[in-house]
Ligand binder design. Structure first.
Ligand SMILES: Cc1cc2nc3c(=O)[nH]c(=O)nc-3n(C[C@H](O)[C@H](O)[C@H](O)COP(=O)(O)O)c2cc1C
Length: 182
C-alpha cells in the first residue's frame, strides 16, 4: 500500500509534534510526505501536480495540528482547489476506493473534547465536514489518529505516538478493524 501524507503545519520550525511525526514517517519507504507549507510557501497550488500525486497512492492521510477546531488554512485551500468536479466528485470520481485517514494533534486533553469539557464537542463532531468530504468522494474513512494533550506531552509519549502512527499508516492488513462504521 502506498500512502500519501498531505502535511499542513504553518510554522514547522516551532512544531514539536508534526516535526517529530514527519521525521519518523520519512523512514517508511511506502510513505510519501507532501509538506504543503514547504512546497507552497506562496500558497499557489499546482492543482495538476496534486491530482497526480493523489492518483499515484492508495491511501491518503491529512496530517495537521488542530487550529481553531479545524485544519490550518492552506489545507482547506488545497482541498477547495484540488477536489474539483470531474476529479473528486461528479462525473468520474477518481478518488473512489482509496483509503483516507485524518492524523492530528490537539493542544487540549482528551477530556476537554466532551459535552461537559471545555471544548464542548467531541473530536468526531469537529471533524464531520472532513469526514463528509471523504464519504462524498467515495473513499474509505479510517478511524482518525488523534494525539490529545499536545501542549503538555512528554518526549517518551511523543516517540511512542510516532511509532504507533507509522504502524497505523503502513498497516497492510484488512482494514475493517480500522475502518469506521459510516
Ligand atoms: C492558531 C492556533 C489554534 C489552535 N487551536 C486549537 C484548538 O482549537 N484546539 C486544540 O486542542 N488546540 C489548539 N491549538 C494547539 C495546537 O493544536 C497544538 O499546539 C498543536 O497540535 C501542537 O502540534 P505542533 O507541536 O506540531 O505544533 C491551537 C494552536 C494554534 C497556534
Amino acid at each position: 500500500v502506498k500512502t500519501l501524507v498531505v502535511l499542513a503545519h504553518p510554522n514547522m520550525k516551532e512544531s514539536k509534534i508534526s516535526r517529530h511525526w514527519k521525521m519518523r514517517l520519512q523512514k517508511e519507504t511506502s510513505i510519501t510526505i507532501h509538506d504543503l507549507y514547504d512546497v507552497y510557501p506562496d500558497h499557489v497550488i499546482n492543482v495538476e501536480n496534486e491530482q497526480e500525486l493523489l492518483l499515484a497512492h492508495d491511501r491518503i492521510a491529512f496530517q495537521f495540528p488542530f487550529h481553531w477546531y479545524s485544519s490550518p488554512s492552506l489545507l482547506k485551500k488545497w482541498v477547495d482547489e484540488v477536489y474539483i468536479y470531474g476529479f473528486a466528485y461528479g462525473t468520474g470520481n477518481k478518488l473512489k476506493g482509496k483509503e483516507f485517514c485524518l492524523v492530528l494533534s490537539a493542544g487540549r486533553p482528551e477530556k476537554s473534547y466532551q459535552p461537559d469539557g471545555s471544548s464542548k464537542y467531541t473530536i468526531d463532531q469537529f471533524l464531520l465536514p472532513m469526514k463528509a468530504t471523504v464519504l462524498l468522494t467515495e473513499m474509505t474513512y479510517l478511524t482518525p489518529f488523534v494525539l490529545y494533550g499536545a501542549a503538555s506531552i512528554q518526549e517518551e509519549t511523543l516517540a511512542e505516538s510516532a511509532e504507533q502512527l507509522a504502524a497505523y499508516l503502513t498497516a497492510n492488513q484488512d482494514h475493517t478493524s480500522l475502518q469506521e462504521e459510516n
